[in-house]
Ligand binder design. Structure first.
Ligand code: BTN
Length: 321
């Protein structure tokens, strides 16, 4: 009901719509219209009212509200269901719970901030307001060893969404960190439930430091992490980024399921800042140095060392500073 009211106000953006017309179009009383207007205002929409002329939508909040994401979203599966919170512990945690409870493929969890955002390798992920903290539930007919490749696919979608929303193209550090210069601007954490041969569900969690002020990158993050705003001065239209990410990811996802990963990997190689570079790979208590030469058909990193080519399915890569 609130969404329909919003849609009518948006269709008449900048113009007054009478309470009578709204109550007729929505099939509810004028008191109910007034209550829903109050609820839109609580969400941050600015709606002017005039006793004789009715209601006029003046501005929409800079929030990742489902109604704002759905407007102009061209997907068939991803984002059909969106669970939105102003604040949450971790979108990946909720997405996993929803997936266990049978949530359909394509559902998205979004939050303005996370109290205990999770990063790779058990790290914390700082998630203040201004970023995009999102998890997508997928149920692909893939074998568990192909999940890494799907994560690389999400990194490609995140680069292209960033380009579409800002004109800036981040680089990808294997496997799926997005960098601006040498600093990290986005990361992806994939959590999977699988049996030996098949994936039950997969949660793709993506964190983008979009509109986070430079001064918030202190302590451990100083010199390591940055935001699009801090690096470029561009204020990201976050709803645009989310739409673009979901549309691009869906296109690649369907392509991958039909034709395999080759085409997506070509894009990944184009955006990579790892390939051709001297790297150090840390995995468990091993530290290996060499030149990153390529990724294999599963997305694993190949590194040429003095002893030959080593292939890494997981690990933490550092590029030479
Ligand atoms: C990394 O360490 O590079 C991965 C970071 C992933 C962070 C995102 S933010 C949304 C989702 N929810 C989480 O708790 N983590 C992921």
């Amino acid at each position: 009901m609130k969404d329909t009211l919003l849609a009518v106000l948006k269709d008449n953006a900048g113009k007054y719509v009478s309470g009578e017309k709204l109550s007729r179009e929505l099939g509810v009383s004028r008191t109910a219209v007034w209550k829903h207007i109050g609820s839109l205002r609580d969400d941050g929409y600015v709606v002017e009212s005039s006793p004789r002329r009715g209601y006029k939508l003046v501005s929409v909040p800079d929030l990742l509200m489902p109604a704002e994401i759905w407007e102009g979203l061209h997907t068939t599966v991803l984002g059909k269901q969106i669970h939105y919170s102003a604040e949450i512990d971790s979108t990946n945690r909720l997405a996993r719970q929803l997936a266990i409870d049978g949530e359909p493929e394509g559902s998205v969890v979004l939050a303005e901030q996370q109290r205990t955002g999770r990063g790779r390798m058990g790290r914390e992920w700082s998630s203040p307001t201004g970023g995009i903290w999102m998890s997508v539930i997928l149920r692909p007919e893939l074998a568990p060893y192909q999940v890494q490749a799907l994560t690389l696919t999400a990194a490609v979608a995140a680069v292209e969404a960033t380009y579409n929303a800002t004109g800036v193209t981040p680089g990808i550090k294997w496997p799926n960190d997005l960098l601006l210069g040498k600093k990290k601007v986005a990361g992806i954490l994939t959590e999977v439930s699988a049996e030996m041969e098949r994936v039950n569900y997969l949660v793709l969690g993506i964190g983008l430091n979009a509109n986070i002020p430079a001064k918030l990158f202190h302590g451990q993050l100083l010199g390591e992490a940055t935001s699009l705003l801090a690096e470029t001065g561009i204020l990201v239209e976050r709803t645009h980024w989310v739409r673009s990410f979901l549309e691009t990811l869906e296109r690649y996802y369907f392509l991958v399921l039909q034709e395999g990963f080759a085409a997506v990997f070509d894009s990944w190689r184009r955006y990579s800042v790892t390939l051709g570079q001297p790297v150090t790979v840390r995995i468990a208590d091993r530290v290996v140095t060499g030149i990153a030469t390529d990724i294999d058909s599963n997305g694993a990193l190949q590194v040429k060392t003095d002893d030959g080519i080593e292939t890494f399915m997981a690990g933490e890569v550092s590029l030479k500073k």
